[in-house]
Design a protein around this ligand. Structure first.
Ligand SMILES: Cc1cc2nc3c(=O)[nH]c(=O)nc-3n(C[C@H](O)[C@H](O)[C@H](O)COP(=O)(O)OP(=O)(O)OC[C@H]3O[C@@H](n4cnc5c(N)ncnc54)[C@H](O)[C@@H]3O)c2cc1C
Length: 357
């Protein structure tokens, strides 16, 4: 359809082995949007968009959902009727602090304002709350995922410059976890470190840099260095100084790591392997600063295999469908990286087919 995939899979943070293909002609999820917009334009599909027009409630009649109420950027209210059904696709609730703490069963109700999110501010669970008012049942609401490797200042992920399977070092200069572990394991380990902060360490040879000097999400690495989201140093002593950590600890940590990379045996945190891109043979060294942020909510409205929203007794609510992160029960307690977009695309396709019947 337009996205071109890299042949070689990469090991995204929290994956236990390389299982994800990056797009080679796009640097972010914008590629999906562009591809679908091109398709809609190319095939002249009769689809229209109402931007900045949040839906506020569902309209019901005789127990069936028949439309939505929304308000536009001009302050105008809209009442939209849907003769065949309404599909909710408003995402999860990572940006809704109240809901995070209301439902959380994993993070001891500590997901307050101090904990950032990787999501846009609009991802506040609106669709879930509208569906509940229409009688929907919920599933797995307590399972909230933190992404371990995000920018402490913003929660964004776009300052990445080396693979997330490189070593993680805390403010004392020590490793603290098997970096190839699950997301929930990594996030819990990171939250136990001083200031909840750690650094991913790489070298010039393994820097994820394109010809223009941009990182994997399109930002100039020179800008990340200026903003102190990333750090560069010729020696480990210099790097430790820049990061404010004990140089002897850092040197000992890297020496131990390099020894493991040689023997591939006996890692103190149970790593199975050190890959070529994880080795730290010598400077210049790079580090990017990381902390966990709220990333994905695995809970949401209950649906059946036809994406019909179910009520608390498991009966379909007539006229109401849902797909994507708004739904619960698809991913268990810990979504595997790169399974969310397929979730949204596959169940979105099913929902479209069902409503179009
Ligand atoms: C930084 C980041 C990186 C990610 N990387 C990956 C990855 O590599 N692979 C992967 O599989 N997953 C990834 N994910 C997860 C994945 O992107 C999401 O789970 C997925 O986009 C959810 O799709 P969705 O269509 O259900 O909801 P969203 O993509 O969240 O879209 C919901 C839409 O609904 C709109 N909306 C919200 N409330 C209302 C309302 N009241 N009225 C009208 N509209 C409303 C929002 O503005 C938004 O446009 C990533 C997520 C983030 C944040």
């Amino acid at each position: 359809m337009g996205l071109v995939w890299q042949k070689q899979p990469t090991q995204f943070v929290g994956a236990l082995w390389p299982r994800s293909h990056r797009a080679s002609n796009y640097k972010s999820g914008v590629g999906y949007i562009d591809t679908y917009l091109d398709l809609i334009k190319g095939e002249k599909l009769p689809i229209s968009f109402m931007m900045s027009t949040p839906a506020s409630s569902l309209i019901t009649k005789d127990g069936a959902v028949v439309g939505v109420k929304a308000s536009g950027p001009d302050g105008k209210d809209y009442t939209l009727y849907a003769s065949k059904g309404v599909i909710l696709a408003t995402g999860g609730f990572s940006a809704n602090v109240k809901m995070r703490n209301q439902y959380d069963e994993i993070w001891d109700n500590k997901l307050d304002n101090q904990v950032k999110t990787t999501n846009m501010p609009a991802i506040t669970g609106d669709g879930i709350n509208m569906a509940v008012k229409a009688g929907a049942g919920l599933k797995d609401m307590g399972y909230i995922q933190l992404l371990p490797t995000t920018d402490p200042a913003t929660g964004a992920t776009n300052h990445k410059i080396v693979e997330s399977t490189n070593i993680y070092v805390n403010k004392q200069g020590n490793r603290f976890v098997n970096e190839q572990g699950r997301r929930d394991v990594l996030a819990k380990a990171a939250l136990a470190q001083p200031d909840h902060v750690f650094y991913v360490i790489g070298t010039e040879q393994t820097l994820l840099k394109d010809k223009e000097g941009r990182g994997p999400y399109g930002i100039l690495i020179s800008d990340l260095l200026k903003q102190k989201k990333a750090f560069k140093a010729n020696t480990l002593d210099e790097l430790a100084k820049k990061l404010g950590m004990n140089p002897d600890n850092l040197k000992r940590t890297v020496a131990k790591w390099n020894e493991f990379c040689k023997t591939q045996k006996g890692d103190e945190f149970g790593r199975m392997s050190c890959e070529e891109g994880n080795k730290l043979p010598g400077g210049p060294y790079y580090a990017s600063v990381m902390t966990p942020s709220v990333h994905h909510t695995m809970g949401g409205v209950t649906i059946d295999e036809d994406t019909r929203v179910l009520d608390k007794k498991g009966r379909p609510i007539r006229g109401l469908y849902a797909a994507g992160e708004i739904t619960g029960g698809i991913h268990g307690t810990n979504r595997v990286g790169c399974n969310a977009v397929p979730d949204a695309l596959i169940f979105g396709t099913i929902a479209g087919r069902e409503v179009g019947k």
